[in-house]
Design a protein around this ligand. Structure first.
Ligand code: ADP
Ligand code: MG
Length: 364
């Protein structure tokens, strides 16, 4: 399997010129493996759609290179690229039937009527559209329209499937079930895919790897587990899941992949990447809400005061103040733990294995 099936190399897109020039995509480098599903994830305006449009050819790069299966397609017109795009609004032809919508691209390629029928029927079965061939798009539910849109892309047998927020027009419940369907289908077909979303949960459930973007730049590329457990910077830590930040300083370093962290006058031992920190360095400790345990206040420990305690059935959520820092704590299975009330003093225990340290960054 090719490791570099789709390659984006030093990809840049600048809109406008002179004073009005705006860099929407800023030196993006991604290697997508054959059969992999990679998600571009980031807040609105960070350059996800522009990147996807450059892969599809609807937008030309200002500089940089795009290669698919070894071939440089940077300036190839969209209709000659081995890519197809699934859009957010489905973009179905309202006056054509489901069958005709899916067959449209094959007809343009002048395939025989026989082979078109066979391919369209296969793909309709694959995505679960049997029996709907003669319907008009308006007679379908949102989820079914979404499948037609997906079928219409897949039937072209692209080398790379591009999906731009394909679920955002569905209601919340359908979004969750459809994203699982898309993932299963993608794995069954084994199609290399680039998926754009601003929804982190969607990205986490769907992806082999996630690319976190911010202001046109890549902040981190990694598996869902890696970006959650080892965020590369404050932006990623904040954007993915919930994070508490505590300022600290590197005290001693018992070995070169272990540091003793000084936080609010208390010491914590943390494993870090070799050589990534030095003694005395100012750092940020990233603590996930589920990696904190609360116990009754004990002497010589990190202590705080419960500000809020909210029972949510499956979990208990606390806001705890520690010397003017507020941290959020989530305790799963609250019935198996001691419950604290607002105003109570507690000792805060971190699960040291799940602590993550970043070089200090000012809050933006
Ligand atoms: N055709 C265009 N002309 C000028 N600016 C554009 C154009 N397309 C996108 N932009 C700008 O580029 C930035 C990135 O846009 P986009 O890629 O659509 O973001 P995303 O998909 O991540 O929300 C935005 O600030 C957007 O306003
Ligand atoms: Mg977009």
């Amino acid at each position: 399997m090719r490791q570099d099936y789709l390659v984006l190399k030093h990809l840049v897109k600048v809109f406008g010129t002179g004073e009005a020039a705006f860099t929407a995509v800023d030196n993006v480098n991604i290697d997508v493996q054959e059969g992999e599903l990679v998600t571009l994830l980031g807040p609105s305006g960070c350059g996800k759609t522009t990147t996807l449009r450059m892969i599809s050819g609807f937008e030309l790069p200002t500089s940089g290179e795009i290669r698919i299966d070894g071939e440089d397609v940077s300036t190839t017109p969209p209709n000659q690229r081995p890519t197809t795009m699934v859009f957010q609004n489905y973009a179905l032809f309202p006056h054509l039937t489901v069958f005709e919508n899916i067959a449209y691209g094959l007809k343009i390629r002048r395939r025989s009527a026989h082979s078109i029928r066979e391919q369209v029927e296969n793909i309709m079965q694959l995505v679960g559209l049997e029996g709907l061939a003669e319907r008009a798009p308006a007679q379908l539910s949102g989820g079914q329209q979404q499948r037609v849109s997906l079928a219409r892309s897949l039937v072209m047998e692209p080398k790379v499937l591009l999906l731009d927020e394909p679920l955002s027009n569905l209601d919340a419940k359908l979004r969750v079930s459809t994203r699982l369907e898309i993932r299963k289908l993608q794995q069954r077909v084994g199609i290399t895919s680039v998926y754009v979303t601003h929804d982190q949960e969607e990205a986490m459930t769907l992806s082999d790897r996630v690319v976190i973007m911010h202001q046109g730049k890549i902040m981190q590329i990694g598996s869902p587990q890696a970006i959650y457990a080892k965020p590369a910077n404050r932006f990623v830590a904040d954007f993915i899941g919930k994070a508490n930040f505590l300022e600290g300083r590197v005290g001693s370093m018992p070995s070169n992949d272990e540091i003793v962290l000084d936080i609010l006058g208390k010491k914590f031992q943390v494993v870090v990447q070799k050589g990534s920190f030095s003694e005395g360095q100012r750092v940020l400790l990233v603590v996930r809400p589920e990696s904190v345990k609360l116990i009754p206040k004990m002497p010589d420990t990190l202590t705080g005061t419960v500000q809020e305690a909210v029972y949510l059935g499956s979990q208990m959520v606390y806001e705890v103040e520690i010397e003017k820092n507020i941290i959020t704590v989530e305790i799963a299975n609250p019935q198996e733990h001691m419950v604290f009330k607002a105003g109570e003093e507690v000792t805060i225990n971190f699960q040291e294995k799940s602590l993550h340290i970043l070089p200090y960054e000012e809050v933006q």
